[in-house]
Design a protein around this ligand. Structure first.
Ligand code: FEO
Length: 181
């Protein structure tokens, strides 16, 4: 059983992850409108990753015998000046999410909630990868500069990213992970 404070904080993080999914879906749509199909695919994969992050939290709260309470998801922006601006915003957002998990971990330590502390470690590690991915693409975009040919090569390259997370959670996370293998 989670404390009320921990339950509320984890519910808040479900909302943050749902917003992340919404933000990347908006970026995918914008990239598609601009003819950048590879970027659109990359952001749609990221959308699935975020839904997985939200569902892991959702299931954890329920398994602890607590309640999931969904709140309104704020509206994401709908246009960006360039792929560079999209990835700079993505990195900034992921840095914010990293700080959220650091705070959640601090709360779990303060509450002597060892189970939640262990559960959150997965996210702390995941955030290193998330920021690394964004920094890598920002680096590629810096090298490309204003070169349209180079931008199209990046589009083709990042568009090959596949979804590695499950997308059907109707029987729970474990079953979804097994089915996705
Ligand atoms: Fe769920 Fe991109 O952090």
């Amino acid at each position: 059983m989670l404390s009320r404070k921990m339950e509320s904080a984890l519910n808040g993080q479900i909302n943050n992850e749902m917003y992340s999914a919404y933000l990347y879906m908006a970026m995918s749509s914008h990239a598609n409108d601009r003819g950048l199909k590879g970027f659109a695919a990359w952001f749609m994969v990221q959308y699935h990753e975020e839904m997985f992050h939200a569902m892991k939290l959702y299931e954890y709260v329920q398994r602890q015998g607590n309640s999931v309470k969904l709140e309104a998801i704020k509206q994401p922006p709908n246009t960006w000046k360039s792929p560079m601006e999209m990835f700079q915003q993505t990195l900034k957002h992921e840095q914010f999410i990293t700080s959220c998990f650091n705070e959640l971990t601090e709360l779990a330590i303060k509450e002597k909630d060892h189970a939640t502390q262990i559960f959150l470690q997965w996210y702390v590690t995941e955030q290193v990868e998330e920021e690394e991915n964004d920094n890598e693409i920002i680096g590629m975009l810096k090298v490309a500069g204003d070169n349209t040919h180079a931008l199209m090569m990046i589009d083709r390259d990042i568009g090959s990213r596949g979804t590695t997370v499950p997308t059907d959670y109707s029987r729970g996370i474990e079953a979804a992970l097994k089915a996705a293998q």
